[in-house]
Design a protein around this ligand. Structure first.
Ligand SMILES: [Cu+2]
Length: 224
């Protein structure tokens, strides 16, 4: 996918788990200078088309502008990779690329909308509604064993990172963290372009480990 003349291109290798790519600028040259955002020069999100698999990766950049990471994709089927970055001197971009893991694809149904998600011993609750055409405030509250977690650890310069993808076409929603403390509540503002169902993935760090809680959220009917 291209935007503003920038293009995200995979570089073929013999190993399907070896993901190499480059971002080329409007002149077709690989971009080598990036601004650091949320502690990294580039964030790579890889999600299965049915939104059951989600990975947030941080590839390594070589001097020639080639990025490299290992893909942890286990299930066959279609995936979409999103590169989120800001070339030095240009605006922020999110570019997508389709990936295919060969084999028998058995898509899963999108889980029902829920305001609670579990990951390991953690329960995360979601408060707030997504409203099409405006900025929505979402508050996620992290608990462990029934107690609020108040000692979240910073991860990528914030106490939580939220990625939202629209079910069906996997449109990427831009979500911005608001200044919050170490929990239990983490607040975001999300700009929802249109109605529909979204899958929200919250990354947070506690006890030295990054964990992901996933929710399905549907946009509120107009006027609510
Ligand atoms: Cu990242």
């Amino acid at each position: 996918m291209s935007e503003n003349g920038y293009t995200f291109t995979r570089i073929a290798t013999d190993d399907p788990d070896d993901f190499r790519f480059e971002i080329t600028d409007p002149d077709g040259d690989p971009v080598t200078a990036y601004d650091v955002e949320h502690d990294k020069k580039l964030h790579l999100i890889v999600a299965s088309r049915d939104l059951t698999a989600f990975h947030h990766l941080h590839p390594e950049l070589a001097d020639d502008g080639t990025w490299h990471t290992r893909l942890p994709l286990k299930e066959p089927g279609p995936y979409r990779a999103f590169a989120d970055f800001k070339p030095t001197g240009a605006g922020k971009l999110t570019l997508g690329l389709d990936l295919q893991v060969p084999g028998d694809y058995r898509p899963q149904q999108l889980p029902h909308a829920s305001t609670e998600a579990r990951t390991g011993d953690y329960t995360v609750t979601l408060d707030g509604a997504l409203e099409p055409g405006r900025s929505s405030r979402l508050t996620l509250k992290v608990g462990k064993d029934g107690e609020p977690v108040t000692d979240l650890e910073p991860y990528l310069g914030a106490y939580g990172h939220l990625v939202a993808l629209r079910a069906g076409d996997l449109a990427y929603l831009h979500v911005h963290p608001e200044e919050t403390g170490a929990g239990p509540e983490i607040t975001f503002s999300a700009e929802v372009p249109s109605g529909g169902a979204y899958r929200l993935f919250l990354d947070f760090k506690h006890d030295g480990e990054v964990r992901t809680a996933a929710f399905t959220a549907e946009t509120a009917p107009h006027g609510h």
